[in-house]
Ligand binder design. Structure first.
Ligand code: AMP
Ligand code: ZN
Length: 468
């Protein structure tokens, strides 16, 4: 299997540190708001890669953090007059709901930065002791020029970087020895969450969090470190500097970065305001449509969000689901006869589809081409598997389709799913019926929703609903 490694900018054969095992770390979101579908891209693509590694027989330790201490979280907490913890807890829960909706499996561990402060203090202390970091009035900086390999991931040259930085004077950071030095620990400002440390009451910088969480759960050298391409510099470059100076061994053997999800060819981001949350999409689509949309491009190619592409993903999903349903129906009536020679050849064909799928995925996780193989399989099954086939033959195709879809994390069962927007609309209609004293219609709507697993609760603030 080959992986494009950002470090070498080449596709490399994947060799794990330990046979049969993969240690993988994926940078997770900063939790101050609902995640947008740009944030969902790394979640979906690396979850798919994890599933594929497991299909190949690896045991995967998959760690993905939540950054739960950050300026944006603090700002949101101040805005709402609540604690930072309340904000981060709320959005971690919301993020987990979105992950479930997108069929992104929970990580082996989801560490929280705020629960790993001791490890961060230990690593910073070690970096200071060994001359890689220094404390100025309670702020600890990493001495970038001391790490000779700085720039190896982003392919940046230290001198170019330094001349680029010369003009920029960052307020409050004039005490740095070098403009390239970055913060490991910063003293608290009034009202901010803070922890005790040898240097000041304060909090860690963002980069040290991931270095420490990866070390804690996966060890000093990990197999794969992944995230969006905006993280290559400075986040991942800084993680490498900290980890390699503190641990004395390479940090990650393979670095994988997904390209951006764009909208009108511009990166989707919170700060630009050009985003859709996963929740927005869920109002209109089954989130499996979003998943299929994400997988329809190679993870290193930019992917532009559009209504047209979502519509074609929607019909693509239906095509898969119809085929799965048809095979399921055929199974029910198929006879337990011996498959004919022709059917044996068909079963061999099914195996060939799996091999082709694996080849595509082995080539740097090419989900776009792997998906095309799924559609070839669907087409073949639609054309060749019929009422004449033995149960064993139908089963080969039903299982193969289920297996490939499962690797991609695509749920093939048709759900009688009702979208949030439809629920809201029915609730409004029920309120109107009640107002018009049409209680029969109001009850009918309540029953209709109940049949779909939606429970209504009348409260003083209006009607609340939950999925059973
Ligand atoms: P953040 O919460 O901004 O730290 O982002 C969490 C993850 O989402 C990181 O891996 C980012 O690189 C990734 N990400 C953010 N915006 C996009 C986007 N528009 N397209 C793809 N990945 C993104
Ligand atoms: Zn990170």
């Amino acid at each position: 299997m080959k992986i494009f490694n950002t470090l070498s900018r080449r596709k490399e054969e994947f060799v794990p540190i330990e046979e049969g095992r993969v240690r993988m770390y994926v940078c997770g979101p900063t939790v101050y708001n609902l995640i947008h579908i740009g944030n969902a891209r790394p979640m979906i693509v690396f979850d798919t890669f994890r599933r594929y590694l497991e299909h190949k027989g690896y045991k995967v330790d998959y760690v993905s953090n939540f950054t739960d201490v950050d300026d944006k979280i603090i700002a949101k907490a101040i805005e709402e007059g609540v604690t930072s913890e309340e904000i981060s807890k709320r959005y971690i829960e919301e993020c987990k709901k979105d992950m479930e909706g997108m069929n992104v499996r929970p990580a082996t561990v989801h560490p929280l930065a705020t629960q790993e402060i001791d490890g961060m203090i230990a690593m910073i202390r070690k970096l200071i002791d060994e001359g890689y970091a220094y404390n100025v009035n309670g702020t600890v900086y990493f001495r970038t020029r001391k790490f000779k390999e700085y720039g190896k991931l982003s392919w940046k040259n230290l001198d170019d970087l330094r001349s680029g930085f010369r003009e920029i004077k960052v307020t409050g950071e004039e005490q740095k020895e070098d403009p390239l030095d970055f913060v490991l620990w910063k003293p608290k400002k009034e009202g901010e969450p803070a922890w005790d440390s040898p240097w000041s009451d304060g909090r860690p910088g963002w980069h040290i969090e991931c270095s420490v969480m990866a070390k804690h759960y996966l060890g000093d050298t990990i197999d794969i470190h992944a995230g969006g391409e905006d993280l290559v510099f400075p986040h991942h470059e800084n993680e490498i500097a900290q980890s390699e100076c503190a641990n004395g061994v390479p940090f990650a053997n393979y670095w994988m970065h997904n390209a951006f999800l764009t909208i009108d060819k511009v990166k989707m981001s919170k700060s630009l305001g050009n985003f859709f949350t996963v929740r927005d999409i869920a109002e209109k689509y089954d989130l499996q449509v979003l998943r299929l949309f994400m997988l329809s491009a190679h993870y290193r190619s930019p992917l532009n969000f559009s209504a047209d592409l979502m519509e074609s993903s929607k019909s693509a999903l239906e095509r898969i689901r119809n085929a799965a349903e048809r095979l399921g129906d055929l199974m029910k009536s198929a006879k337990d006869t011996e498959p004919s020679e022709e059917e044996k050849a068909m079963a061999a064909e099914a195996e060939a589809f799996v091999r082709k799928f694996d080849e595509k995925m082995d080539d740097d996780c090419n989900t776009a081409d792997a998906l095309s193989v799924v559609f070839e399989l669907v087409k073949y099954a639609n054309q060749h598997v019929n009422e004449e086939c033995a149960a064993a033959t139908v089963k080969v195709f039903a299982d193969t389709l289920a297996q490939l879809c499962d690797i991609l994390g695509i749920i093939t069962e048709k759900k009688e799913e009702i979208l949030d927007a439809e629920i809201e609309q029915l609730i409004e209609e029920r309120q109107a019926a009640r107002k018009a004293k049409n209680f029969a219609r109001a009850d009918e709507i309540r029953d209709e929703l109940a049949a779909k697993g939606i429970l209504l609760k009348d409260t003083r603030e209006g009607v609340k609903w939950t999925r059973a």
